[in-house]
Every structure is written in structure tokens, then in C-alpha cells.
Design a protein. Structure first.
Ligand code: TYM
Length: 339
């Protein structure tokens, strides 16, 4: 039995409210979150405290938090079934993050590749929060003793760190099963969606070219234009999925199609074997428009009632707090905090 299975199954995941959500966020995470609701209790947060590790205009942050909430719901997260909340409303995240700052080792954080990428050449100018970002992420998960964390491939290293922190806490305080070792749930062909301009770079909010990504709020014309302009090589589609190896842009477009259609890349390739990319791109554009534009219009509808969104976040935060509070009460006793 793994450590995770000794604990009641519980899902937690989150996204940063920085900029627009894109197809990578949807296929890598959100789509799986919706499915997991059928199998386990789920907590989905909007990680506004992570967002401020780099400067955010306060009004923009508040709007983005509501937008991401609307995106979760529009994509199929049911706020009645799953607790949906913004991280900053549940103060136990920050409290546990402090304790974990004292458990995690500098050497562990020094190995985090996302900090290196995000801080760039001038790491001494990065915020301290950006450096300890993965420690807060571990607290997000473990404050609920969550066992399963559905994310894209780029979060794998952060989840390994969360497991290391949980394990070290359990060992240091001699409480072997206090925290589960949370399992990453990284599934499907959407786990690593690449840029439409460069098949070796992941699709990202921070890419300066808007043509590198499809935003969840793009309209049908924008989606079709971005798919048509997506970089490809001169070869037609191959006969087998294995032959996509070494053709990163072609492979990415096939993976996107497969993830959107809930097919395997092999099925997609057999359907379009030998076709020119112009033909395949038209089919992909139609599929992306059919899947994404209903989400965008539902988001617009939800965003017209901010009070409703704020109410959902508040109720979600209350449900989340009710799980976190007893965990923190026990943790305080374990650590030796009086009171
Ligand atoms: P964030 O906001 O960067 O991304 C949100 C989710 O989208 C996934 N993702 C992708 N998946 C496939 N292809 C892509 N190109 C792509 N880009 C992003 C991410 O893997 C993620 O699942 N640190 C996290 C947020 C976080 C979190 C947590 C996640 C904070 N606390 C606790 C899980 C549990 C992040 O920055 O995700």
C-alpha cells in the first residue's frame, strides 16, 4: 500500500490567476479535473498568493481571479460538488508554508528548474516568494492531506518536492502517516502542449507571441487563424504515430487533436494518414472551435455577475477551511506550538 492509499482519497489542484488561461492549461489540467470529480472529492483553488511572487496590479489580480474561477466552472468544474476557492481566503495555506519553509532544504529548492527559468539571469532581483514558491505549493496540497494532484507535466518536479517535504516532516516529527505522499496525476496527450510557433517550447502565458497559444477566450476566427498559422514541417501526416518522432510541431498538433477529441494520437494519424497539413489544420481548427468557444461564451455569462462568483469562492473557502483547520490544530501540537 502506498502512503497515499492510507489516507482518504482527495484531489487538490490549482492555477495561477496571471494572464489568460490557454489550451495547455485546459488540456493539461482542467479537462482532467472535470473527470476526477466523478471519482473523488475535489478541491480546486485559484492560487492568488502564488501569483504575487511576481508583481501583479491589484485590480488586475482580482479580475484574473474571477476570470479563472469562471473558466473552471465554464469548463465543467461543478462548484456544488467540488470546493472552488482562492488560496488567500484560507489562511492555513500560509501558516503551513512557514512550517514547510523550515522543513525543506535550500539544496532542494536550488534544484527547481522553474525558479531558474522564471528568475532568469538576475536571480538576486527575484522575490523571496518566487524562490519558496514550491514550498507554498506543497502546503496547498498537504494542508488538506490531499492524495491526488492533477497537473501538467511541467509540475512534476514541484510535486516530487511536495512528497519530499511530506516525508521529511513525517520522519522528523516521528508521525509516519501524518501527511500522505501525494500522487501526481499527469495523464493524457494534453500533459505537455507545446507552443504553436516552436514545438520544442511549452505553450505558455508568458510567451510574447499571442500566436504561440490558443487562449480559452479566443473567438472562432482567432482560433482558426492561430491553427492555420501554426508552424509545421513540409511533410504530410505520417502513417503511424511513431513516425511523428523528431517532428515536434507535427506531433504537437496531433496531440492537441487527440486530447481535444479524446482519441489516441494513433487513431488521429490513421484517420489523416498521408493528408497535407492544410487539410489536417482545417479539421483541427473546427474541432478546437467546437470545443472551446462554448467555454468562452459561458465564461462571459458567468463574469457578468461578479457577486455570484465571489459568493462561490467564499463558500468554497469555508468548505476548504473546515478541512484544513483540524489538520493545522494537530500539526501545531505535533510541532510543539503552545495554544
Ligand atoms: P500554472 O498556473 O502554471 O498552470 C496551471 C496548470 O496548467 C498546466 N499547464 C500545462 N499543461 C500542459 N501543457 C502546457 N503547455 C501547460 N501549461 C500549464 C500546469 O501543469 C498546471 O497543472 N504551480 C502551479 C499552480 C499550483 C498548484 C498548486 C498546482 C499552485 N499550487 C497545488 C497543483 C497543486 C502553476 O503554476 O500552474
Amino acid at each position: 500500500m502506498t502512503a497515499a492509499t492510507k489516507h482518504t482519497p482527495l484531489v487538490l489542484s490549482g492555477m495561477q490567476p496571471t494572464g489568460q488561461l490557454h489550451l495547455g492549461n485546459y488540456l493539461g489540467a482542467l479537462k482532467n479535473w472535470v473527470k476526477l470529480q466523478e471519482r473523488m472529492p475535489c478541491l480546486y483553488c485559484i492560487v492568488d498568493m502564488h501569483a504575487i511572487t511576481v508583481w501583479q496590479e491589484p485590480a488586475t489580480l482580482a479580475n484574473a481571479t474571477r476570470e479563472v474561477t469562471a473558466a473552471y466552472i465554464a469548463a465543467g468544474v461543478d462548484p456544488e460538488r467540488s470546493a472552488l476557492f482562492n488560496q488567500s481566503q484560507v489562511v492555513e495555506h500560509a501558516e503551513l508554508a512557514w512550517v514547510f519553509n523550515c522543513v525543506a532544504r535550500l539544496g532542494w529548492l536550488d534544484r527547481m528548474t522553474q525558479f531558474k527559468e522564471k528568475s532568469g539571469k538576475h536571480k538576486e532581483r527575484a522575490s523571496v516568494g518566487l524562490y519558496t514558491y514550491p514550498v507554498l505549493q506543497a502546503a496547498d496540497i498537504l494542508v488538506y492531506r490531499a492524495t491526488h494532484v492533477p497537473v501538467g507535466e511541467d509540475q512534476r518536479q514541484h510535486l516530487e518536492l511536495a512528497r519530499d517535504i511530506a516525508q521529511k516532516f513525517n520522519n522528523d516529527y516521528a508521525v509516519p502517516d501524518f501527511f500522505p505522499l501525494p500522487e501526481p496525476v499527469i495523464t493524457g496527450h494534453g500533459a505537455r502542449i507545446m507552443s504553436l510557433r516552436d514545438g520544442t517550447k511549452k505553450m505558455s502565458k508568458s510567451d510574447e507571441s499571442d500566436f504561440s497559444r490558443i487562449n480559452l477566450t479566443d473567438d472562432a476566427d482567432a482560433i482558426a487563424q492561430k491553427v492555420r498559422k501554426a508552424r509545421t514541417d513540409p511533410q504530410p501526416l505520417p502513417e503511424t504515430a511513431e513516425s511523428l518522432a523528431g517532428r515536434p510541431e507535427a506531433e504537437n498538433l496531433v496531440n492537441i487533436y487527440a486530447a481535444l477529441a479524446d482519441h489516441t494520437p494513433a487513431t488521429v494519424v490513421s484517420e489523416f494518414a498521408g493528408a497535407q497539413f492544410s487539410v489536417f489544420k482545417n479539421a483541427l481548427a473546427d474541432l478546437a472551435v467546437a470545443k472551446l468557444t462554448p467555454i468562452a461564451s459561458e465564461m462571459r455569462r458567468l463574469l457578468s455577475d461578479k457577486a455570484e462568483i465571489d459568493g462561490i469562492l467564499k463558500r468554497g473557502a469555508e468548505r476548504a477551511s473546515a478541512i484544513a483547520k483540524p489538520v493545522m490544530a494537530e500539526l501545531r501540537r505535533i510541532v510543539g506550538f503552545v495554544g
